[in-house]
Design a protein around this ligand. Structure first.
Ligand code: FMN
Ligand code: SF4
Length: 518
């Protein structure tokens, strides 16, 4: 009997040697005459265990990891194909504590299915949302999404239902759905994981968005650093087209919807929705002034929905189980689940999807298991390079848009980067200014000039030159950038800078050069 063995094709697993593991297994199975079918799945998001190999047995799947190519002969000797024990055996993956504590709605299939098998997708609940959507009016679909409380997962947390309604109500001969897959934030990989591990959920979400708003064409704007995601997406789009999910008649309905992948050229600012549109139109990616909103005049001047990958990938379950079902998870105005990406100096780095409301401390200490170095956690940056640094004293902050804003922070795309007690927060603040200077699109003065002046001021501070004056100047500069910038690149750079200064003031009082020399 053929034994199915799952070896991820996810970039994270590939970086850790999954291709070589698959190769070793193929060769060894052939040599031993074993009947093995290797399925290249996505990752379940437990990156410290990748490459994680799973074997389908009579008792269900049994996982082994992290597997090196050289482990394969011994694993086969030990009876891996029957799910027998070995030093690398992890038991049933769904019983691993890191997965047991999660609420996987958006990532329900990720790491489980063959990403490019539409049959596997349907067997695991796929396409039910789209089928339900086709039974409803566009207004009723939007009502369901509004009811779910879903807010944009790209960073700004704008209600998805309202955005869709604006595009639905806008007049235009042609409308577009643009998926923002630029995923530029430090420590983030949720978009990539879903695109590589369950691309049909994104395709389904985009098709539902098209039907709801009257858009017939979709684009996925993908960062150039994601070649594996591009390959999986293109394969999945072709499969979806052949299966009639995409095309002139979506699932034999009166609705047409098709899509393609466009690859960016490597600028952080092209993740900002209007710069993204410029880039997609073949221009240099520069931020556009609003209004007009993209919902009114977006891609090629036409009404356009721009949504993050996770926002769109969350839609199928909402249309499958209902807005109220999704809304039941979460707290306050943060409804549903959020895929938290735990990264940096952390023991258990990976993807953790949970209902909003867990505290930062629970995520870092309990789920992440503290630092990889074993040293105390000193700071956690939440929300990418424009997010604030949180000290331990704020670890009781619940994962909720409003709670983070109340602490002068942001959730952003829910990436968290952990630092131990060796981190130099002045250096981190300087890095934030440098990042802004390098990535600035140059359109407005507070960002273009302010970030460079900010680096200079922090350099003077580091050199111990009139520290109080420098602190006053950088604070003033941050206010100018915050309130005077055209977009959040310049406008949010003050978050990492000021949070570092506020919560770690000791790092901003370096020993003056003179004293150090004495
Ligand atoms: C500098 C900058 C970079 C951004 N990068 C991304 C990104 O990589 N991915 C993303 O989805 N949103 C990004 N955004 C947010 C987008 O402008 C926009 O809010 C988002 O795509 C809307 O989708 P959502 O409502 O589904 O979140 C960025 C914003 C700024 C200011
Ligand atoms: S804040 Fe920076 S990136 Fe944004 S528009 Fe101004 S110059 Fe461009």
């Amino acid at each position: 009997m053929t034994v199915k063995v799952y070896v991820p094709r996810d970039s994270g697993a590939l970086a850790l040697g999954a291709e070589q593991v698959a190769g070793a297994l193929r060769t060894e199975a052939k040599t031993r005459g074993l009947d093995v079918e290797i399925v290249r799945n996505g990752s379940r998001g437990l990156y410290w265990l990748e490459p994680m190999v799973e074997v389908e047995t009579a008792q269900g799947r049994i996982a082994y990891g992290p597997v090196a190519p050289g482990d394969i002969p011994a694993l086969l000797d030990a009876g891996m194909l029957e799910g027998r024990t070995h030093a690398l055996a992890l038991g049933k993956p769904e019983e691993l504590p890191f997965l047991v504590r999660q609420t996987r709605l958006t990532f329900a299939r990720c790491g489980i299915v063959d990403p490019v098998s539409i049959e596997d997708y349907e067997r695991h609940g796929g396409l039910r949302g789209l089928r339900n959507a086709l039974e409803k009016s566009p207004a009723a679909i939007i009502e369901e999404v509004t009811e779910s409380g879903l807010r944009g997962r790209g960073g700004a947390g704008f209600p998805t239902g309202i955005k869709w309604k604006t595009v639905h109500d806008a007049q235009g001969p042609r409308k577009y759905i643009v998926c923002n897959a630029d995923e530029g934030d430090s420590g983030t990989f949720a978009d990539r994981m879903i695109m590589e591990g369950d691309p049909f959920v994104l395709i389904e979400g985009m098709a539902i968005a098209g039907i709801a708003t009257g858009a017939t064409k979709g684009y996925i704007y993908l960062r150039s650093e994601y070649p594996h995601a591009a390959a999986v997406l293109n394969e999945a789009i072709a499969v979806a087209r052949a299966a009639g999910v995409l095309g002139t008649s979506v699932l034999s309905s009166a609705f047409a919807f098709d899509m393609e992948v466009r690859v960016g050229a490597g600028a952080y600012v092209c993740g900002e929705e209007t710069a993204l549109l410029d880039s997609l139109e073949g221009k240099r990616g520069q931020v556009r002034a609003k209004p007009p909103l993209p919902a009114h005049q977006g891609l090629f001047g036409k009404p356009t929905v721009i949504n993050n990958v996770i926002s769109l990938a969350s839609v199928p379950i909402i249309l499958d189980k209902g807005g109220a079902y999704y809304r039941d998870f979460g707290m306050g105005r943060s409804r549903g689940t959020i895929p938290i990406q735990i990264a940096g100096n952390v023991k258990h780095g990976g993807l953790f999807e949970a209902a909003f409301g867990m505290t930062l401390g629970e995520i870092v200490d309990e789920i992440g298991g503290g630092t990889a170095t074993g040293r105390p956690v000193r700071a956690v940056q939440v929300g990418g390079p424009l997010g604030a640094y949180f000290p331990r004293s704020l670890f009781d902050t619940p994962f909720d848009y409003e709670a983070f804003a109340a602490k002068d922070g942001l959730i952003g795309h829910a990436g968290i980067v952990v630092f131990d007690d060796t981190v130099d927060m002045l250096k981190q603040a300087r890095f934030a200014m440098e990042f802004c200077a390098v990535e600035s699109c140059g359109k407005c003065t507070p960002c273009r000039i302010g970030s460079t002046r900010g680096m200079e001021v922090l350099d003077r501070l580091k050199a111990g030159i009139a520290p109080e004056t420098q602190i006053e100047t950088v604070t003033d500069l941050c206010n100018t950038m915050k309130f005077g910038s055209l977009c959040a690149l310049g406008g949010f750079t003050p978050y990492p800078v000021m949070s570092a200064l506020t919560h770690f003031p000791e790092d901003f009082r370096p020993v003056p050069a003179r004293e150090a020399a004495e």
